[in-house]
Design a protein around this ligand. Structure first.
Ligand SMILES: Cc1ncc(COP(=O)(O)O)c(C=O)c1O
Length: 401
């Protein structure tokens, strides 16, 4: 059959959030206010200083191809920012700039994964990790973690998941969807295990600047010089600088892998948009006050969201260390009824909250965490307050049925 779609697509799940998004869009089109706790991006616009730098860059000629791996200015800004914020200084020969952190991860996968390879991913996980691994013909090994473990991989569970086929371990700290982040001793304990197993260590640090309560994000290259030849860092400007639409992310990897990623990218997207690279330079080199103000706003919203969720009977929620997600156990709501139907899955709870309270969330099952819902607090405190009140009311109505 010459017109058959590629077999590799058969193992990949379509985006689980589509049904919810379509229903939320319908509610909005009908004139309802929908509380946007499902979103995965800052509600802030990119700071004016960065936007203005991009406008000036366009007028100065940032309209052409750049080097595949990024402009010299951006790679040098990334080196300097990594030293300031992560405590080590990668050389430009270790950096490839791509079209967002998701693209970075896909490039890494294309450069590394083959059929038969296993990639260890702790659950709950960001949905794209296992799907990209499957798309590339390798096998995700999903390792469940519990809320009691802080949703963090223990050295024992890591050890048990590693096999001679393990090509890579992917960690996300702070995590989407849980907001959980690894403290330095926890990372050191995992590294002890990984020192005994020769595999790649891929760390997604896209949320590393969004940590709260004096939590200190520690970047593995700054504490494990001996592992630098197999650690790959994924980072970008999307979340910290409210720049999701600009599509700029980067890998920091040993030079041989960096060359391979450069080669992969040279045959797909070439370079990330020149103007976006110029904007990212302004973001990384610019003043921090607006960036700090956004982080402080997320912090206030985090407390409001978590305390609000905890005030609802049947809902439990851990205080997350970072990112902008609260990950709540809603299994205590199972058994409640909506339109006479008993609710017994996180998916059903999410759809009910959308219908009954006009609150959009994301169900935990696609993240590998049945019984949970992800509540994004990248929205105003007023929306959080009112959305929580709407949930409380819907729960009271459902319990009375
Ligand atoms: C954990 C994680 N990694 C990577 C990304 C992708 O970031 P980007 O928008 O830069 O592709 C996201 C976006 O939601 C994310 O949550």
């Amino acid at each position: 059959m010459s017109r058959k779609l590629a077999e590799r697509l058969s193992s990949v799940a379509p985006s689980a959030t589509l049904a919810m998004a379509a229903r939320a869009a319908k509610l909005r089109a009908e004139g309802h206010r929908v509380f946007p706790f499902g979103v995965g991006e800052p509600d802030f616009d990119t700071p004016a200083l960065i936007r203005n730098a991009a406008k000036a860059a366009l007028d100065a000629g940032a309209t052409h191809y750049t080097a595949v791996s990024g402009t010299a200015e951006l790679k040098s800004a990334i080196s300097a920012a990594t030293e300031r914020h992560r405590g080590y200084r990668p050389s430009p020969s270790e950096i490839v700039v791509s079209c967002g952190a998701k693209h970075v991860l896909f490039n890494i996968g294309l450069a590394l994964y083959e059929p038969g390879d296993e990639v260890v991913i702790p659950a709950p996980f960001w949905v794209s990790y296992p799907e990209q691994v499957r798309l590339l013909g390798a096998t995700p090994i999903l390792v469940p973690t519990t809320e009691a473990e802080g949703f963090k991989l223990s050295p024992e569970k890591l050890e048990a998941a590693l096999t001679p086929r393990t090509k890579a371990v992917v960690l996300c700290t702070p995590s989407n969807p849980t907001g959980a982040a690894y403290a330095e001793p926890e990372l050191r304990a995992l590294l002890e295990v990984l020192r005994r197993h020769d595999c790649w260590i891929i760390i997604d640090e896209i949320y590393a600047d969004l940590v709260y309560d004096d939590f200190k994000h520690v970047s593995i290259p700054s504490i494990a010089e001996d592992l630098r030849d197999r650690v790959v860092i994924v980072d970008g400007v999307s979340k910290t600088y409210a720049m999701t639409g600009w599509r700029i992310g980067w890998s920091i990897a040993p030079p041989a892998l960096t060359k391979a990623i450069d080669m992969v990218q040279s045959q797909s997207t070439t370079n990330a948009a020149a103007v976006s690279q110029a904007a990212a330079v302004a973001a990384l080199n610019g003043p921090r006050d607006e960036i700090d103000a956004m982080r402080a706003a997320f912090d206030r919203r985090r407390v409001r969201m978590v305390e609000g969720l905890r005030s609802i009977p049947g809902v439990r929620c851990r205080m997350p260390e970072g990112a902008f997600y609260a990950f709540a156990d809603v299994s205590g709501l199972y058994g409640a009824k909506h339109n006479g139907v008993e609710l017994v899955t996180d998916d059903a709870i999410a759809l009910w909250l959308l219908d009954a309270a006009h609150v959009a969330t994301v169900a935990g099952t696609p993240f590998g965490a049945p019984g949970y819902l992800r509540f994004s607090y990248a929205c105003s405190e007023e929306e959080i307050e009112q959305g929580i009140a709407a949930i409380r009311e819907a729960v009271a109505v459902a319990k009375a049925q």
